[in-house]
Design a protein around this ligand. Structure first.
Ligand SMILES: Nc1ncnc2c1ncn2[C@@H]1O[C@H](COP(=O)(O)OP(=O)(O)O)[C@@H](O)[C@H]1O
Ligand SMILES: [Mg+2]
Length: 231
């Protein structure tokens, strides 16, 4: 397998007024192409910060991030936005769907940034909705869907541009057990059958079990998972 993500000596400092807070300290991380990685750790340990850096939503203070050999930490804001649109799909805890738009239109949204025709956008969004098992809900608005269905729409939106990488921030955090299992099964299938590399932040041990590999973040430092002590 080849390496998709190579992170070296990564740090992130947030500045609040005169106060500087370093929330990620000298992180090194390699992720193979085709991996399904779970990232766990206490609240405030820097999981979302790290995920946003990997997905190119934010830029590091120090160190490097290469994705598929490309140094995204060296890209300017516009180039980074363009890179993100074609390479990364995002799945968030609270779905972030547009309430006025149908499932179909929500899934089409990322394609508005491309040169595809309206007909081609419709077709690709329909395929993505089919993949998540929601073809029959295409015309429904988010409020007409359950939480689990909304999350599956957001996954369809994340994959509609056929990105290499999916980054998921607590994708099951707001779901009941059954919907969570459905969403996890879907992510697993996207990883296994469609070759998507997935980095998923989660608090849910059951979610981490579905991933091939789990890493823990503690106060901004990455630690390998140690054998769990069972009482
Ligand atoms: N935009 C920001 N400005 C200042 N501090 C921030 C910002 N985002 C996060 N932080 C701080 O960085 C730390 C890590 O946050 P975060 O990455 O969201 O943690 P986690 O996702 O593990 O809960 C927290 O102490 C948080 O308060
Ligand atoms: Mg977080």
């Amino acid at each position: 397998m080849s390496k998709l993500i190579e992170i070296r000596d990564l740090s992130k400092v947030y500045t609040r007024g005169k106060q500087k807070v370093e929330v990620l300290h000298h992180i090194d991380l390699d992720v193979e192409q085709g991996a399904f990685l779970a990232l766990m750790g206490p609240s405030g340990s820097g999981k979302t910060t790290l995920l946003n850096l990997i997905g190119g939503l934010d830029q590091p203070t120090g160190g490097s991030i290469a994705i598929g050999g490309e140094r995204i930490d060296q890209l300017g804001t516009a180039a980074l936005a363009k890179w993100r649109a074609s390479r990364v799909g995002f799945v968030f805890q609270f779905y972030n769907l547009m309430p006025m738009l149908s499932a179909q239109r929500n899934v089409e949204l990322p394609l508005l940034l491309t040169k595809l025709s309206a007909a081609e956008r419709r077709k690709r969004a329909a395929i993505a909705l089919q993949l998540v098992g929601l073809s029959d809900r295409a015309s429904h608005k988010p409020t007409e869907l359950s939480g689990g269905q909304q999350q599956r729409v957001s996954i369809a939106r994340a994959i509609v541009s056929d990105p290499t990488l999916l980054v998921c921030d607590e994708p099951t955090g707001d779901l009941d057990r059954q919907s969570a299992e459905d969403v996890l099964g879907l992510l697993q299938a996207l990883n296994r059958d469609h070759g998507k590399t997935i980095v998923m932040v989660t608090h849910d041990p059951k979610a981490a079990e579905r991933a091939g590999q789990t890493l823990h973040l503690d106060k901004g430092t990455l630690v390998e998972q140690t054998a769990r002590v069972t009482a």
